[in-house]
Design a protein around this ligand. Structure first.
Ligand SMILES: NC(=O)C1=CN([C@@H]2O[C@H](COP(=O)(O)OP(=O)(O)OC[C@H]3O[C@@H](n4cnc5c(N)ncnc54)[C@H](OP(=O)(O)O)[C@@H]3O)[C@@H](O)[C@H]2O)C=CC1
Ligand SMILES: C/C=C/C(C)=O
Length: 333
């Protein structure tokens, strides 16, 4: 008899998540039936959407999330024993799946050949965040050689890749994130041209110095007043803004207030577009293969912040929300 450890959504978050909002329980799993397989989690992802989507998640259910799991029993030929799958099984150590899509989430997928790269990358640069960065830049932001690009959340899973992909495209890249240590990593190791610490710098002033002629492209991971400042005061005419996330407001009890952006959008005739990674599901492998190629060529670097132990899922999640991660935040079981 297999016993799964599972985090259930016990209580709706009210502001910043509290440990008592989730409950760790044990579930005895039945024998697998024809068409099913049993998978054991190896790496689990913690992502901002787990906080952003919480208001519409049902209480009492397994908390949402992606994981890389190893197939340990199988009566489904598409998921043989020993293979690794990336799937939206949620915060749980063991899962019985029929290989079909959990409604609203991605379909379980046997990991493609990563050519020796770690399987955990399926949760980061070779998975959803990597594809958000890749398609967000190539399809939505569409930077041109010589453009000046600003990216917020710059040292995170998506932002650190967005900046590097824009460098590959021949742009000048300004990263905005929450610590000087992150800035040093972005500039010294990832090749960003400059860095602004939104916690200690005046973002408007620092951006004027870093980009005196203005910003052609802005990849927005945070929303709020930082984005209002960039959009209203720093964009060049006909610039583009890719709206990827607004984490600055996810933990607020009241809807966050920021200076309206319509004036800036109108004045500079900006093109501003929201994006959701699932829109590229039909060409998902293109992003994974391109990011993998860039890694192999030494042009794209990745970093993981790894928390050990399934029991520490909540800690990893809240550490990430507080900015404790460099690159992708994951949990190793
Ligand atoms: N649209 C889509 O399909 C997707 C959207 N996203 C969104 O992209 C953004 C980045 O996600 P991801 O790369 O996975 O996460 P990150 O790895 O960037 O982790 C979150 C980061 O957000 C930063 N942060 C936390 N609070 C604030 C705040 N008040 N103001 C500014 N920054 C803050 C922290 O870094 P710091 O130290 O800099 O504060 C933290 O490290 C999120 O908004 C997320 O919701 C992500 C994936 C897909
Ligand atoms: C798929 C992720 C979406 C957000 C908003 O993080």
């Amino acid at each position: 008899m297999v016993v799964a450890k599972v985090f259930k959504f016990e209580k709706q978050f009210d502001g910043f998540p509290q440990e008592t909002d989730l409950k760790l329980v044990e579930e005895q799993l039945p024998e697998i039936k024809d068409g099913e397989f049993l998978a054991e989690a190896v790496y689990l992802s913690v992502d901002p959407y787990m906080r952003a989507y919480a208001p519409r998640l049902p209480l009492g259910e397994t908390y949402v999330g992606g994981q890389v799991a190893k197939v340990t029993e199988s009566k489904n030929p598409k998921f043989p024993v020993g293979k690794y799958v990336v799937a939206h099984f949620g915060w749980r150590t063991h899962t019985i799946s029929d290989g079909k899509r959990t409604p609203g989430w991605t379909i379980p997928m046997v990991l493609p050949d990563f050519g020796g790269l770690p399987a955990s990358l399926a949760l980061g640069v070779l998975g959803m965040p990597g594809n958000t960065a890749y398609f967000g830049v190539t399809d939505i932001l569409q930077p041109q050689q010589g453009h000046t690009v600003a990216v917020t959340g710059a040292a995170g899973a998506v932002g650190s890749l967005v900046g590097q992909i824009c460098k590959i495209k021949g742009c000048k890249v300004i990263g905005i994130a929450g610590s000087d240590e992150k800035g040093k990593w972005l500039v010294d190791e990832l090749g960003f041209d400059s860095f602004i610490n939104y916690k200690s710098d005046d973002v408007g002033k620092a951006l004027k110095e870093a980009a005196p002629q203005g910003v052609d492209r802005y990849f927005d991971n945070v929303g709020g007043e930082i984005s209002s400042t960039i959009i209203n005061q720093h964009m060049k005419n006909f610039g583009r803004v890719a709206v990827c996330g607004c984490i600055s407001g996810y933990n607020e009890k009241e809807p966050p207030k920021a200076t309206p952006i319509q004036k800036g959008v109108l004045r500079h005739q900006l093109r501003m577009q929201g994006l959701h990674s699932t829109r590229w599901e039909d060409k998902w492998m293109e992003g994974i293969l391109q990011n993998k190629k860039w890694i192999e060529e030494g042009r794209l670097k990745y970093r993981e912040t790894v928390t050990e132990g399934f029991e520490n899922m909540f800690k990893a999640f809240t550490d990430m929300l507080r900015g404790g991660n460099f690159g992708k935040a994951i949990v190793k079981v």
